[in-house]
Structure formats: C-alpha cells, structure tokens
Design a protein. Structure first.
Length: 256
C-alpha cells in the first residue's frame, strides 16, 4: 500500500536549456538518474463537461483534487496504468493511486464497470469522486521525463519534463489524437519533491543559477492553449459562469 500513497511538497520551476545543463552538473554529486532514464509519461485528466474541476483548481482553494489516469512508456493493450486521485491541502500534495490493467481501467471510466477484483480503500475513494463529480471529458497531458533521486536522501526527488503536449477530449490512452505543445522548445519544467526542508546545497545551486519557483499547472496551461486555439473552454470565463462555481471537497477526507 505504501507504494500507492505519496505525501510531499512539490515546488515547480521553468528552466531554459542553459539553466538545465548547468544545474545537471551541480546535481551530479548529490543526485542520480533513476532506473528508467528518459521516459514518456502520458496522463488523462478527467473533468466535467464545463471543466468545473480545473476552474476550481485555478481559484487556488486551500483544498483541491484532480483525477487522472497515468501510463509510463509505450502504451499497449497489455499495459498497466495508474488511476490516481491527486489532492492538495495547504501546500502539501497527497497522491493515492491504484494500478489496473488498461482494459479494466477503460471499462471502469468509460462504461462504469467497477473493478471488484481490485477493490480497495483507495479505489472506493476514487469511486466516490466519480459519483460526486460526474466527469464526462478528458484532457491528455504527455511529456518526456528524467527523474532523479538523492544519493543519500532517497526521499528527495527532482524531475525534469520537456516536450509538454496536450490533446483535448481524450478519454482513452490507447487512442491517438493530434497533440499541441504546452511549453516552448528547449524549455524544461522542473519539480523538486521533498518531505521536509530543501537541502542547503540545492538552494545554493538554484540561487547561483537564478532559478526561482514558478506557479505552473500542466492541466491549467493545457486549457489556456486550447482557449487560444478557439476551442470550447470555460476555464477563462469565470465571470460568465460565476453562479456555476462549485467547491470540490465538502466531505471529510482521510489523508492517512
């Protein structure tokens, strides 16, 4: 179960290629690349027809949550995927996920067939989310990632994502569709994931390279891209839909 529950602070930064190259050199004595090296991550973020979930998230409430389906590497009909409830409360990220065969996950999310064989507390929490929010659409977010972890502190993780891209109205990871770029060429999204304080050597390296925290939501940025392309999106129409605002999270969650 521990491998399916994560609790940590995640700090994001946008890096140029020059900053990325320089920082990788500074990280070498302290961090090492994980066993997967450069890999592709594909996720579908589920939302209501009016994109209420991402609109709520962009209001920056104390508590917010998202549901996503995630796959690593090449995706086939035999792939294992992760259905994940990502919650954020008071700046701390909590992730609770279950692994499922991709066919089982698709039947559950698209046909409502509950996977009894994989029943668990986390899956029941996900099921509650689906019942309460009735997601009808999905947005694909994909990128190429290098993940690193501390040579001494294994809980310290740093990820570098590039070639962020998205596709709207995407509910199944097996279905290909036209993707549009989220980030610029040679731009990297870095995330530092820690349980406590950031080590001094790392803060010093970031300061030396003029790297500072940057608020960045992959899903929110994807919605802005599609708004720019003239696609239907209610994300940027807050005033028009003020009365439709819905606060997510009115029940007592158990983060343990």
């Amino acid at each position: 179960m521990a491998g399916n529950i994560f609790e940590r602070v995640e700090i994001k930064y946008l890096l140029s290629r020059e900053q990325y190259d320089a920082l990788r050199i500074k990280l070498e004595p302290y961090m090492q690349v994980d066993e997967y090296g450069l890999s592709t991550i594909s996720s579908i973020y589920y939302d209501t027809a009016n994109y209420d979930i991402i609109r709520t998230s962009m209001e920056k409430p104390v508590y917010k949550e998202k549901l996503r389906l995630r796959a690593y590497g090449d995706i086939t009909e035999d792939s294992t995927v992760f259905l994940e409830l990502k919650k954020k409360y008071d700046g701390v990220v909590y992730k609770r996920r279950v692994s499922l065969p991709i066919k089982v996950a698709s039947d559950y999310l698209e046909k409502g067939i509950y996977p009894d064989k994989y029943d668990s507390q986390i899956l029941r929490e996900i099921d509650y989310f689906l019942i309460m929010n009735h997601p009808e659409t999905g947005t694909l977010i994909a990128y190429d990632r290098v993940a690193m972890y501390g040579r001494e502190d294994k809980e310290l993780r740093i990820t570098f994502d590039k070639n962020l891209r998205t596709a709207l109205g995407h509910k199944n990871l097996l279905n290909a569709s036209e993707e549009k770029p989220i980030t610029k060429e040679n731009e990297y999204l870095m995330e530092i994931k820690v349980l406590g304080n950031m080590p001094l050597w790392l803060t010093s390296a970031l300061t030396h390279l003029n790297i500072y925290p940057h608020s960045f939501s992959k899903y929110a940025e994807a919605m802005k891209i599609y708004s720019a392309y003239g696609k239907r999106s209610s994300v940027l129409k807050k005033e028009e839909q003020k009365n439709a605002y819905k606060y997510i999270g009115n029940y007592n969650y158990n983060f343990t």
